[in-house]
Design a protein around this ligand. Structure first.
Ligand code: VAH
Length: 312
């Protein structure tokens, strides 16, 4: 059996840290090369090899893939929805060129598998708000959503045209205690825990009744690994899979936190991110992922809140 050697690009980010640690548990520390433009995240130090890598430098990336005998690539580097609206050209350039660099090198070096995350941010105001299906009207209004939707079709193209085994998941908003999120509209759902513990209060940048699809990071990591380990013949979606964990509003997560911190109070000061949130679905239909590769979430709002507060 060929020994797998995995390159994680964007390993110091919110998903990258936890995915790198999970992959090292499965494949062994030395078999998972973590890389990022930023310096190594504290949680990764001492757990395996780390290289400084700019995914926009295609030649450098190609050299690393050959030199390290890479057989799988996880590309997690991206500019998210809120930051992307402040710098649309950079968001488009980074989110698209990084993917095109990886897909092209993966084709040339016959990489066994590629993983690239999309997002429920691909859906726009004309998509169904409740139980938004895998296939539906999809008209994103953020640069982040546009880049993720375009990227889905590039993944599908490389699979159809050259047989590249590239797989993808449309993540909901992700909540974790190990690593900070970076520039997303759903980041309030992480900030609120830190503020509740430190300040016993939180000024939320979304309105109280803003329902959004969310997921606890352990479930997102589980889904990613289950998708990547599923037999290729079970994969019927080569753009990107809808998955769902839970949906909640700021009011609901605040009420759940108050069960543990009774004195916690929340106030609402919506900003430009409210318009982004309003354009997304409130809940997602993930029946195709459940059928194709047995997806099922473990955490609901109550279980996540308990686990977050215990670990922070
Ligand atoms: C963002 N956390 O807020 C990301 C996510 C569904 C949202 O893609 O931009």
């Amino acid at each position: 059996m060929i020994k797998e050697k995995i390159l994680v690009i964007g390993a110091s980010g919110q998903i990258g840290v936890e995915l790198t640690l999970a992959l090292r548990k499965i494949y062994g520390n030395a078999s998972v090369v973590a890389s990022d433009l930023r310096e190594e995240n504290e949680l990764l130090k001492g757990t395996g090899p780390y290289v400084s890598l700019d995914v926009m430098n295609k030649e450098m990336l190609h050299v690393q893939v050959i030199r390290q005998n890479i057989t799988q690539i996880y590309l997690l580097a991206a500019i998210l929805s809120a930051t992307g609206e402040k710098n649309p050209n950079l968001a488009w350039s980074l989110n698209m060129q990084s993917l095109l660099n990886v897909l092209d090198i993966a084709k040339e070096e016959k990489i066994h598998k590629v993983y690239w995350p999309s997002s429920i941010a691909v859906f726009g105001p004309t998509s169904p708000k409740k139980d938004c299906p895998q296939q539906t009207v999809i008209e994103p209004i953020t640069v982040y959503g546009i880049s993720k939707y375009a990227g889905e079709f590039w993944c599908n193209y490389y699979h159809q045209r050259w047989g590249l085994d590239v797989r993808s998941i449309r993540y909901p908003g992700l909540i974790s205690y190990k690593s900070a999120p970076g520039g997303g509209t759903t980041d309030y759902a992480v900030e609120i825990f830190h503020e509740a513990l430190e300040e016993k209060k939180y000024d939320c940048f979304l309105q109280e009744d803003t329902y959004l699809p969310m997921m606890y990071m352990p479930d997102a990591i589980k889904a990613t690994l289950e998708l990547m380990e599923a037999p290729a013949e079970k994969i019927t979606i080569r753009t990107s899979y809808n998955i769902s964990g839970m949906s909640f509003s700021p009011k609901e997560i605040a009420a759940e936190i108050k069960k543990h911190i009774p004195e916690f109070i929340i106030s609402y000061k919506p900003d430009y991110r409210q318009q982004i949130a309003n354009s997304w679905p409130q809940s997602i239909d993930d029946s195709v992922a459940r059928k194709d590769w047995g997806w099922k979430e473990d955490f609901d709002l109550s279980a996540m809140t308990k686990d977050m507060l215990e670990n922070l």
